[in-house]
Design a protein around this ligand. Structure first.
Ligand code: PLP
Length: 445
C-alpha cells in the first residue's frame, strides 16, 4: 500500500492490511499469518470468524440492525442483559449498554454522580483513582486514568481526579513488609485521601482489578481489594471496578473481582463482551443504585445514539453463549496455567525479564535492564515498541507498553490470546515471543 487516507495511530507508517481471520490467526493481504497473542487488545476471546457468532449476526441483520432506545428495546438487548445479570456478582440488577470501554467509564461516573444527587448527597463529586492506570481516552475517562504519558498534553482539558498509589508488588512492596502489610498500607493511603478531600465529598474510587494497558496484567496482593472495599464503605464512597480489559472471563472467572471476594457498586465491561465481533461495552449496576434513580427522577440522564445496539447485543449474546456452552472459563484456567508454565520455562531465567505475572489468559512480562536492581531500560530505546515490531516480523501479535514507573518509562508485553488457543499454538506463541524479545534487545546494543 503506497498511500492511505485513513488517519492511522502512527502518522508515519501504514500497518499491514488484515484481510481474513480464523481461530487465533489473522492473515494480511499477502497471505502472511499472525498468531493473535494479545487478542488485539484483550478483545478477541473467541478468536476470529467464530461460526456461531457469525450465524447469530446474520440472523439479527435479517431481522433488525438497530432501533433507537428512546423508542424501543430489542430482544437481543433484553436477553444479553438477563444473561449478564444472572452471572454477575450478588446484587447486580441491570446492564447499561454502550459502544465501548471509554463510554462505559463515562456512564459509570455519571451514574455514580446521579445516584448521590438522587439520594440527597449532591456534595459528593470527587473521583479517586490510581496512578499507572488506564480507563479510556475520552476526556472524562482520560482524567480518571493515572498514566502520565497519556495524560500529559491533554492535562489542561481534564477534570480534577485524585490519584493514589497502585498495588504493584513487583515494584512497590517493600522488602520489610508482607503482602498483607503492603495492602494495608495502600488502603490506609486511600483512607487518608478520602479524609483529606472530605469524605462526604468523595463520589467514587475507580480501579482495575487486574491492571492491563499501563502495567501488563498486574494483580493485586491478596486482601487488597477487600480492604479497599471496607475503606469505601466506611466513607460511603462507590467502588467502580473497571473490568473493560480483565473482565468477561479473561482471568478465568467471568468477572475478575470474583477472585477478590468483593462486590463493586458498578462494574464496567467491554472488549471481551463482544469479542471484537461488534463494538459494545456495558455498566453492570447494583440494584440499590438503579432503584435510587427509579424512585427519584425516574430517568438516567445520559445517553448515546447507539445505546443497546441490536446487532452489537446479538453478537455479544452469541459470544457469551459460546463461552458458557463450551465451558471456556475452565479452558482459560487450564490454558492460562499452560501459558504461565511455558513463559516461566522460556523466560524465567532470562537476564532481562524481571517479572512474569497475571491470571488466566491475561499475562504480562516486564523487561528490565538489570534483574537485581529492577532498573528499567532507557526509555529512549523504546524497547516495548521494538518487541512489537520484531514480534510482527515473526508473525506474532503482542500488546507492548511503556508504562510510567516513578516517572520513568518501563517496558512490558501483555499477552491475552483467545480462550480457544491450543497447546501447539501456546508453544508457537512462546517461541516467537522469546525470539522477538531477544531480537529487540540485540537491536539496542
Ligand atoms: N478501561 C480499561 C481498563 C481499558 O483497558 C480500556 C482500553 O484499553 C478502556 C477502559 C477503554 O476502552 P475503549 O478503548 O473500548 O474505549
Amino acid at each position: 500500500m503506497t498511500s492511505t487516507r485513513v488517519l492511522h495511530r502512527s502518522l508515519r507508517a501504514t500497518p499491514p492490511v488484515a484481510q481474513r481471520g480464523q481461530g487465533v490467526w489473522l492473515y494480511d493481504q499477502s497471505g502472511r499469518a499472525y498468531l493473535d497473542g494479545s487478542g488485539g487488545a484483550a478483545v478477541s476471546c473467541l478468536g476470529h470468524n467464530h461460526p456461531d457468532v457469525q450465524a447469530a449476526m446474520h440472523a439479527q441483520i435479517d431481522a433488525l440492525a438497530y432501533a433507537h432506545t428512546s423508542f424501543f428495546t430489542t430482544e437481543p438487548a433484553e436477553a444479553l442483559a438477563a444473561r449478564l445479570v444472572e452471572d454477575a456478582p450478588a446484587g447486580t440488577s441491570h446492564a447499561y449498554f454502550v459502544s465501548g470501554g471509554s463510554e462505559a467509564i463515562e456512564a459509570a461516573l455519571k451514574m455514580a454522580r446521579q445516584y448521590f444527587v438522587e439520594i440527597g448527597q449532591p456534595e459528593r463529586r470527587h473521583i479517586v483513582a490510581r496512578k499507572q492506570s488506564y480507563h479510556g481516552n475520552t476526556l472524562g475517562a482520560l482524567a480518571v486514568g493515572g498514566n502520565a504519558w497519556r495524560r500529559a498534553q491533554f492535562a489542561p482539558l481534564l477534570i480534577p481526579v485524585e490519584h493514589v498509589t497502585p498495588c504493584y508488588a513487583y515494584r512497590d512492596q517493600r522488602a520489610d513488609e508482607t503482602p498483607e502489610q503492603y495492602g494495608a498500607r495502600l488502603a490506609q493511603e486511600l483512607d487518608q485521601t478520602f479524609e483529606r478531600l472530605g469524605s462526604h465529598t468523595v463520589m467514587a474510587f475507580v480501579a482495575e482489578p487486574v491492571v492491563g494497558a499501563t502495567s501488563g496484567a498486574v494483580t493485586a496482593v491478596p486482601g487488597y481489594f477487600r480492604r479497599i472495599r471496607e475503606v469505601c464503605d466506611r466513607h460511603g464512597v462507590l467502588l467502580i471496578a473497571d473490568e473493560v480489559m480483565c473482565g468477561m472471563g479473561r482471568t478465568g472467572t467471568l468477572y475478575a473481582v470474583e477472585q477478590e471476594d468483593v462486590v463493586p457498586d458498578l462494574i464496567t465491561i467491554a472488549k471481551g463482551l463482544g469479542g471484537g465481533y461488534q463494538p459494545i461495552g456495558a455498566v453492570m449496576a447494583q440494584q440499590r443504585i438503579v432503584e435510587a434513580m427509579q424512585q427519584g427522577s425516574g430517568f438516567f440522564q445520559h445517553g448515546h445514539t447507539y445505546l443497546g445496539h441490536a446487532m452489537a447485543c446479538a453478537a455479544s449474546l452469541a459470544v457469551q453463549n459460546v463461552i458458557r456452552r463450551d465451558n471456556l472459563l475452565e479452558r482459560v484456567r487450564t490454558q492460562g496455567a499452560g501459558l504461565r508454565a511455558r513463559l516461566e520455562q522460556a523466560l524465567g531465567q532470562h537476564p532481562h525479564v524481571g517479572d512474569i505475572r497475571g491470571r488466566g489468559l491475561f499475562m504480562g512480562v516486564e523487561l528490565v535492564q538489570d534483574r537485581a536492581t529492577k532498573q528499567t531500560f532507557d526509555p529512549a530505546l523504546t524497547l516495548h515498541a521494538r518487541i512489537k515490531r520484531q514480534a510482527m516480523a515473526q508473525g506474532l501479535m503482542v500488546y507492548p507498553m511503556g508504562g510510567t514507573i516513578d516517572g520513568r518509562q518501563g517496558d512490558h508485553v501483555l499477552l491475552a490470546p483467545p480462550f480457544i488457543i491450543s497447546d501447539d499454538e501456546l508453544d508457537q506463541l512462546t517461541v516467537r515471543l522469546t525470539g522477538a524479545i531477544d531480537a529487540a534487545i540485540a537491536e539496542t546494543r
